[in-house]
Design a protein around this ligand. Structure first.
Ligand SMILES: [Zn+2]
Length: 300
């Protein structure tokens, strides 16, 4: 790491006028690393290098402390470091992104500087956008093609986590109380109007919802048929009509009980000789017109 004077030279490239060491407060922080964080995500080696390049010049905020108002600090140097003696959960050499930041000393940030010096505000969160979120189990990019694997669960001996790759933007960094990454504190937000992860999740949810609607409608028709299996009467009609208000769970339960009832009703007939191959009356299978496809369940 460069000494204080070398750091001052570096930071003065980001200021409108030259500052002296007395005027600025210099501190360093760990922005992120390659360990799996609390959210079950980790950065790829390439992503760490991209973050190293992109975070130079980025402003940090201290908005979690009302006393600090809108005070900001700025990163003027970054470096990727590694700890050969330490391995991540995935068996890689531990690597982390260290940053040097500065604040211009003022009366209003004196308390904040004391807190940083005391180690109170040492945890950092970063916001960035990623283009890839790779599932450790199947290799799918969850932002493009969501898979069924859930972070933290184990599939055939492989724990599911997401590797964040292809950094497309960095937004800010800030001091936070509880960071996502244990060592440094990282939250990954995709920011802006478009959040690819949320969009992918939403479209997967929509597709699953549409499939459930179709299956529920099929089930409802089956149940209506079963209701009339014993013949058309007021009781069968009332039961068939009531399926309009049933969800998939209720329909499954009703279908099962109708099947049990029909099986019991048909059992003696099967024991009677000469009737095994006899077809039931046609009427028993006729569906009343009111219960055909016009049943209003199609979702727009
Ligand atoms: Zn997967």
């Amino acid at each position: 790491m460069p000494d204080q004077n070398e750091l001052l030279t570096l930071l003065n490239r980001f200021t409108k006028r030259e500052h002296s060491l007395d005027e600025v407060y210099l501190f360093d922080l760990i922005l992120c690393d390659n360990e799996i964080d609390r959210d079950g995500d980790c950065f790829s080696a390439a992503a760490l290098e991209q973050l190293r390049d992109r975070f130079v010049g980025v402003t940090g905020i201290f908005d979690h402390n009302p006393r600090c108002g809108n005070q900001t600090a700025r990163i003027f140097r970054t470096e990727l470091c590694s700890d050969p003696g330490r391995k991540t959960k995935t068996g890689q050499v531990y690597r982390f992104l260290r940053a040097n930041a500065y604040m211009v000393r003022t009366e209003s940030n004196a308390d904040l500087i004391r807190e940083i010096d005391a180690g109170i505000k040492k945890e950092v969160s970063i916001s960035c956008a990623v283009g890839k979120q790779i599932c450790s189990v199947c290799g799918a990019n969850k932002l493009r093609k969501p898979c069924s694997h859930i972070k933290g669960r184990i599939y055939s001996g492989t724990r599911c986590y997401h590797t964040l790759d292809d950094i497309t933007d960095v937004y800010e960094w800030s001091f936070v109380a509880v960071p996502a990454q244990k060592a440094a504190g990282v939250t990954k937000t995709c920011g802006g109007a478009c959040d690819p992860e949320k969009e992918a999740m939403q479209s997967a949810l929509d597709a699953a919802g549409q499939l459930l609607d179709r299956l529920t409608e099929e089930l409802r028709r089956d149940v209506v048929r079963l209701c009339y299996r014993g013949g058309e009467n007021a009781c069968a009609k009332a039961l068939a009509d009531s399926t309009v208000h049933m969800d998939a769970d209720a329909l499954l339960a009703l279908r099962d009980s109708l099947r049990v009832g029909l099986a019991a009703a048909n059992a003696p007939a099967q024991l009677m000789p000469g009737q095994a191959g006899q077809k039931p009356p046609v009427q028993a299978f006729r569906l009343a017109p009111a219960h055909r496809s016009e049943v209003p369940y199609a979702k727009s």
